[in-house]
Design a protein around this ligand. Structure first.
Ligand code: AMP
Ligand code: DBH
Length: 570
């Protein structure tokens, strides 16, 4: 898909969306009048927090050299301002897009605020991204800078950066870490070291490029403005009742939209709390930090939450400070949701969001049933939600349909106008999610429309079958994906996560598959819904933030089928 270039390329000029053009003018005016949007920008955000919270602890994080650092709001603000001057000095200019690809380290936070301080636009890559994604960001965002580290998790980001710089000689590489030197290019003689000369952006201007998740295609770039993103941050902090006593553990990748804004890092800093960065999300690291830092709140994707629930209780850490565990990013089954309180001694908040905008929360005072069985309701009274059938007609409450949304922090288009079909004529974003809206307005996610399997004229919801599989004692987790089929169009294959010994013993696979088929039949499932094929695995491939990647499962399946075909043809 992304070609490997072998000759120097100019970084494409990607026009800044014209001022005000992220949303129609009339819409902007309405959101301002209603008070959702203000004039504040991320260029001022930290300065403002520093004047409100001064010497209070803002962040506890390791630096890339492994040393743990604590910074107050004032110190963080000063560090960001100083770094902003350096960025100007190495030739980053206001308005430039700069890819930030750093793990959960202090340098990440300082870099992002430094970029905002000098009116540049961070592009939020994930540490798991590789050449294909990063090059795609350079080309489609017209990124002028790449801020990265020497190496992380066994991957040399430095080597990748060098490769990219060979192909894109104008790219400014900002390399962090021991002896990294900060930048590969000498200080620009024309840059004034002063931040005073930087004009503050307008609050409706582009503040950042978020990236869509990798569960299906290449990440798309999501243009978010200061005003819309800040509104989502303020409102999220309010719903989650954050305050100066909040101590939030950042265990998911810091740059993910969930971690940044729901309410995440920015929500906590807006409210005067402390963000504590976790270098890795393993139960032992997480448990130790919850105890040592008296963490009150943290967030996880379902596979991570399940690992914590299974392992943390036995490790013996004092988790008594933990009040809220947020789970979001993918469907958290009611079975798993109902175990949070007993295993981790805290409250569960379900979060159903997307980097494109709309975020739903279960509220902290919602009844237990709502927190277990729903993915929350929209955070803003101005969020418009439609649930429609395949023909675009709204369906009654309680029925499944496609979720469309529009509101004060949901984008009206992707960068460069790509995938315009994701937006309807009225500016609603087609989320691709299949949901049920209950009478009380709460949403239950039923799956993604692209994950439906079209088997000989019948539609199968992957989630429905997975939920039934999960009820069997053999099954730790399950994912149903489509296999192309000459007669049916598609047939289904269930990937089943099982214990190590079961996955390793292929002689048992046939009888296990039979047991699961019988289990599904006994639960009254129609014959066409019973998986045509079963694969037993000991781990699932995951996306950059840790969601199960159906894209990779489908690819793995296609590869093994190809291999089988070529074996039988010799
Ligand atoms: P992304 O493209 O990475 O922003 O992922 C957003 C998508 O993740 C949503 O459109 C949903 O499909 C899925 N998602 C996020 N949160 C939840 C949740 N709590 N339950 C089910 N699916 C979710
Ligand atoms: O999955 C997501 O993208 C997501 C989940 C929860 C998100 O972007 C968010 C909250 O803001």
């Amino acid at each position: 898909m992304t070609h490997h270039t072998t000759y120097p390329q100019a970084i494409p000029t990607v026009a800044m969306p014209a001022p005000g053009s992220l949303y129609p003018a009339s819409v902007e005016q309405a959101y301002r009048q209603a008070g959702y949007w203000t004039d504040e920008t991320f260029a001022e955000f930290l300065d403002d927090a520093a004047s409100r919270f001064g010497t209070q602890e803002a962040v506890v994080a390791n630096r890339l050299d492994g040393q743990q650092i604590r910074l107050s709001y004032q110190e963080l603000n000063r560090a960001a301002a100083q770094r902003a001057k350096q960025l100007l000095n190495v030739g980053i200019r206001p308005g430039d897009r700069v890819i930030v690809q750093l793990p959960n380290v202090l340098e990440y936070l300082i870099e992002v605020f430094a970029l905002w301080r000098m009116a540049a636009v961070p592009v939020f890559a994930l540490p798991a991204h590789r050449r294909s994604e990063i090059e795609h960001f350079i080309r489609s965002a017209g990124a002028r800078g790449l801020s990265t580290c020497q190496q992380h998790a066994g991957f040399s980001h430095q080597a990748l950066a060098a490769e990219l710089q060979r192909d894109y000689p104008d790219l400014i590489v900002l390399l962090h870490g021991e002896d990294a030197g900060g930048a590969t290019q000498p200080p620009s003689p024309t840059a004034s070291a002063g931040l005073e000369s930087v004009d503050l952006p307008a609050s409706h201007a582009l503040a950042m490029l978020q990236v869509s998740g990798g569960t299906t295609g290449v990440p798309k770039l999501i243009p978010r403005s200061h005003a819309d993103y800040l509104y989502s941050v303020r409102r999220s902090a309010e719903i989650c009742k954050l305050n100066t006593a909040t101590r939030f553990l950042v265990a998911l990748p810091a740059s993910h939209n969930f971690t940044m804004s729901s309410p995440g890092i920015l929500g906590v800093l807006y409210a005067g709390g402390t963000v504590v960065f976790c270098a890795d999300p393993s139960p032992s690291t997480v448990g130790a930090l919850i105890e040592a830092e008296a963490i009150t709140m943290t967030a996880a994707v379902p596979p991570l939450a399940m690992a914590w629930m299974n392992i943390l209780p036995a490790l013996g850490f004092d988790l008594s400070s933990l009040e809220v565990l947020q789970v979001g990013g993918a469907k958290f089954t009611p079975q798993a949701a109902s175990r949070v309180a007993e295993t981790l001694q805290c409250q569960l908040q379900q979060v159903f969001g997307m980097a494109e905008g709309l975020v739903n929360y279960t509220r902290l005072d919602d009844p237990h049933e709502v927190c277990i069985h729903t993915q929350g309701r929209p955070m803003s009274p101005a969020d418009e939600v439609l649930v429609v059938d395949d023909h675009g007609q709204e369906v009654p409450a309680g029925q499944r349909g496609h979720l469309l949304t529009r509101g004060p922090y949901t984008i009206r288009g992707y960068l460069g106008g790509v995938d315009a079909g994701s937006f309807n004529e009225e500016g609603f974003y087609r989320t691709g999610d299949i949901v049920r809206r209950r009478e009380d307005g709460y949403l239950v996610v039923e799956g993604r429309d692209k994950d439906q399997i079209h088997r000989g004229g019948e539609k199968i919801s992957a989630e429905e079958i997975e939920d039934h599989l999960l009820a069997h004692s053999l099954v730790k987790d399950a994912a149903l994906v489509a296999i192309p089929d000459a007669y049916l169009g598609e047939r289904s294959c269930a990937f089943v996560l099982v214990a190590e010994d079961i996955a390793g013993d292929s002689s048992q696979h046939r009888s296990n598959a039979e047991a699961l088929r019988a289990h599904l039949k006994a639960r009254g499932l129609a014959a066409y819904k019973i998986p045509d094929d079963f694969r037993f695995v000991r781990q699932f491939p995951v996306t950059g933030v840790g969601k199960i990647s159906r894209k990779q499962l489908r690819r793995a399946l296609a590869d093994t089928l190809d291999a089988q075909r070529s074996n039988t043809s010799v």
